[in-house]
Design a protein around this ligand. Structure first.
Ligand code: BG6
Ligand code: MG
Length: 222
């Protein structure tokens, strides 16, 4: 029986994944790494330093920079991202997600956040959604980033729930893998061809309702 929901943030609750992509794209240009849609998809859900390393590897430049230089570039990306966040307001909440979160809170499900982003508290506050979240996993305290299951395992633990009692929601391949590894039920939001490993697929957030999730879970157990 489902008792809780563990949420990714960027690309699931808010359209901020587009801002992350824009900021990484800007940095990739600077590093002379060609930006592609495939690279963009690989970066989704992946933490800041891991993302930079993926970009460098993608461009065959993984040995070109010192750790200090990499820290400087990662900080530069974050500055670009924070500039994009300045104008952030409720309009970036993805269709239906505000209503869905309120609905599950009204139905007394427990809710935690499993975002890789260090900026997630700021984003949730700006969207006026922080009040619905019982707990948040602080990504700084993790040993491994997505696709490792750690963040989703912790997302259930901090709610005092077993993974089997939780549904995880993701827009990223790395994130769906992380949910699956944790033993939670995975909901993949986005292109089902890309997110084919998810237990349940929705094309976009407007399809994410308690009713649709329950229906899909019933079909899974048939
Ligand atoms: C994830 C995003 O939620 O957080 C990634 O999908 C981002 O794009 C990662 O790189 C880390 O975010 P931040 O804000 O800590 O750099
Ligand atoms: Mg995401």
């Amino acid at each position: 029986q489902i008792k809780g929901f563990v949420f990714d943030l960027d690309g699931v609750i808010a359209n901020t994944s587009a801002y992350h992509a824009q900021a990484w794209h800007q940095l990739a240009d600077e590093l002379d790494v060609t930006w592609t849609e495939d690279l963009g998809n690989q970066l989704k859900g992946v933490g800041r330093m891991d993302s930079l390393n993926l970009i460098l590897k993608y461009g065959g430049k993984e040995n070109d920079y010192t750790e200090d230089e990499k820290i400087k570039y990662a900080a530069e990306k974050n500055d670009n991202y924070l500039k994009l966040l300045e104008s952030l307001d409720k309009s970036v909440i993805l269709p239906g997600m505000g209503e869905f979160i309120k609905d599950i809170a009204d139905h007394h499900y427990l809710i935690s956040l499993a975002s890789s982003s260090k900026n997630s508290p700021r984003v949730l506050e700006k969207l006026d959604l922080a009040k619905y979240f019982n707990e948040r996993v602080d990504p700084v305290t993790l040993k491994h980033g997505k696709p490792d299951p750690e963040i989703y395992t912790r997302g259930a633990e901090i709610l005092n729930l077993k993974p089997e009692e939780c549904v995880g929601l993701e827009d990223a391949v790395a994130g769906v893998k992380a949910i699956n590894g944790s033993g939670e039920t995975s909901v993949g939001i986005g292109d089902p061809k890309i997110l084919h490993e998810a237990d349940i697929n929705f094309n976009d957030t407007s399809e994410v309702t308690l009713e649709n999730i329950k229906k899909a879970m019933d079909q899974m157990s048939d």
